[in-house]
Design a protein around this ligand. Structure first.
Ligand SMILES: [Zn+2]
Length: 173
């Protein structure tokens, strides 16, 4: 498995967040398959989808990729609280990939959280933005992955192909 991102894809881009999105999405596309049915490859949604980033055309599972520079921490800052709750309690709630990467654009950690472990209890409401903020009253959220049982976390320390996913409750590596 190649842990380095294909930085050639970033040619012509200057925004770090845009570069990160392009490189991390490409890496997931090149290196992952559907952990639910084993199907290869995952497909990307068009960019205007509010939450999901990938889907499996065989079993219709949806996947959302969260990525950040640095190491994996217990709390991950995310977007609007209400959007997240709506999404994870819907019929098409997604599975999650968490990817952290180094300053030199390679993978630090890759974590898969199947959707059944992604419940409202792990979504922590942040304080509303103050009245003086541009988006006053807006409420964001943090994802507290420390609340997810170890059975729900699959670290990609081993080649991904060794991971099998028992859809009902647990994961075997
Ligand atoms: Zn699938």
């Amino acid at each position: 498995m190649n842990l380095d991102f294909n930085t050639k894809l970033a040619d012509g881009y200057s925004s770090n967040s845009q570069i990160a999105r392009i490189l991390t999405e490409d890496w997931v596309k090149q290196n992952s398959y559907c952990p639910s049915c084993g199907c290869l490859p995952l497909n990307e949604f068009a960019n205007n989808r509010p939450v999901a980033d990938f889907y499996c055309s065989t079993c219709s599972e949806e996947f959302e990729l969260k990525s950040k520079n640095g190491t994996l921490t217990n709390t991950i800052t995310d977007g609007a609280y209400s959007t997240m709750i709506e999404r994870i309690t819907s019929n098409q709630n997604p599975n999650f990939f968490f990817l952290t990467y180094t300053k030199t654009w390679s993978v630090n950690n890759f974590l898969i959280i199947p959707k059944q472990f992604f419940t409202p209890e792990i979504i922590i409401k942040r304080k509303p933005l103050s009245d003086t903020a541009r988006r006053a009253g807006w409420v964001g959220c943090n994802i507290d992955i420390s609340k997810i049982t170890e059975a729900g976390k699959v670290f990609n320390g081993r080649p991904y192909s060794y991971i099998s996913w028992n859809k009902t409750n647990s994961i075997n590596i």
